[in-house]
Structures are given as C-alpha cells and as structure tokens.
Design a protein around this ligand. Sequence first.
Ligand code: FES
Length: 321
Amino acid sequence: MSVGAPKIPVTVAEVVTVNPLVKRFRFVRRDGAPMMPFSGGAHVVVEMDDHGTRRLNPYSLMSAPDDTSGYEISVRRDDAGRGGSVYLHAHVTPGMQMVLSAPVNLFPTDTRARKHLLIAGGIGITPFVAQMAGLQARAGRFELHYSARSRELAAYADTLTALYGDRVNVYLDDQNQQINLGTLLQGQPLGTHLYVCGPKGMIAWVRTTAQTLGWPETAVHSEEFLAPPVGLPFTVQLAASGKTITVGPAQSLLEAIEAAGVVAPYLCRGGACGECETGVLACDGAILHNDHWLTDDQKVGQTRIMPCVSRFAGATLVLDR
Ligand code: FES
C-alpha cells in the first residue's frame, strides 16, 4: 500500500543561490516525460536520504503552473531546524537523482474571488510566485504585499516587480517599512479574498485583523507548514502493528513510524492537512501538540495526535496504528 501522493523520480536540473539564505532547485523527470500541470499554491514533498535519515519535507512549487518542463522550489536554510533545508543547501547538486511527490494543493486561489489580496512574509513568497503566474494567465485581479528583512533577503522582489509593476508592494524591515494592514484591508472591494503565507506571527496578525474588521472567514486563507520540532526522545507503542518505537530527537513521530516499516497516511507533513490524524488508545503523560489541525478541545482531550509534527513527554503513549 502506498501513502501520500504518487511519486515522481526526478533529476536535479539546476541549483541557484538566490540570496545568502535561499537556494532555488529545479527538477525534471528522469524519464523525460512532462510534469503534470498544477495550480498555484500547490506543494510537493521532497524525499531525502540525509546520511541515513529519511526525510520527507514539503515545499511550495514556485514555477509557472502551466510549465510542464520541470518543477521549481525555493528553500530557506534553517540552521536551527532538523536538517532537511541544510541537507538541500549543502548536498543537493545538479545531476542528483531524487524523488518528489506529485503536487497537492492545500492553498489554492478561490475561483469565486473578484480580487486576490496576497500577503507574504519572507520565504512565504514562494506559493504566491506560482499563484500570480496562474492569476496573470487567467487575467485575474490581484495585488501582492511582501514583507522581508532587507532588500538582499527579499527573494524575487525585483523579478516580481518587473513582471507585475505596481501590483507588487515590498516592505523592508531594515527600512522601518511595514504593511498598513488596517487601511489595506478596509480599502478592498467587495468579493476580495485574502491570502497570507509567512511566519506564524504574521499569519496570526493578518487573520486577527481581518476578523476584527469583519472579513468573512471563508474569504481569508493562510498556509503555514510547520517544521517538525526537535525535542527529547520518546517511546510509543503502535497497537495495530504490535511494535514499540523510539522517536529520536531530530526525528518526527511520523518518520519513526515509517522507519519501523509501518504504513501511515500523510499529505502535507506540516500539521495542516489532517491526513495523518491518528487515534490515541492510552496516554500517561502530555502530548505536545504542534499542529493547527486539531481543535483546542481535541488537544486537551489527548485522544488524537498528528504524528507529522507532534511529540510526547511521559510514561506511556499507545497509538491506533
Ligand atoms: S500530514 Fe498533514 S497534518 Fe500531518
């Protein structure tokens, strides 16, 4: 039984240093066939063998959705993370063979919207690069507000400005520039949909401001794939499989389940899609919920867990897997 989206064997065609923190990777199919088209906002899962540790990390596609010659992602190096981004930066070079999942879109533009208001922070720009190409091709109405730490770290700001002119607005922290969010949201025509992708604090700020100003929840869209956090090792019993596994400090529970040869469902691997939700049969301790899928009540109840991002501290955790 296979889980996740279908796999695509690829060759790394190009690696480009975009700025001191970001590299762009281009993949083409090993069999020379075209990639399948996707819609802006889609992501792929990149499989990596990081010195014996199998990592599967999700990244937004940023190439044009109708460009079937290859897929492109941009990766921000996170030196404090578990290692996936560092591995891509340090070890992935043109000619290498890798495996991607087929695209899955958990952050599409809403076709009912009369206008699309896009708000990006840092590397959160990547899904919007593909979305804007798709909207431009369909003559969709949009504008981008993009916040970055500095001009040097504002990946693709110049390219996007050259393509889309005054529909692109860039704000630089080191110039004390900030999005005037209240005014921006109040000045939008009826039927506008709002999209935000960036750091957790930015997503919360945009969502809270929109809610305060009376934006309907159905018109506000966000995407934040959470990186599985590092933590102390812990032991888990898998009741259906009859196995007991230990989750390492830099390993996610989902990765540990997979490493034990147990099939487990997933799509985003970032706590956002709900696909990996697993029942908890017994828990003596605290589940460290890191997802934004389960409700607060479900988290307190400790009867469900999202193994892609959540951990455990305590004596016993038995899962229905
Ligand atoms: S795989 Fe999407 S929430 Fe876990």
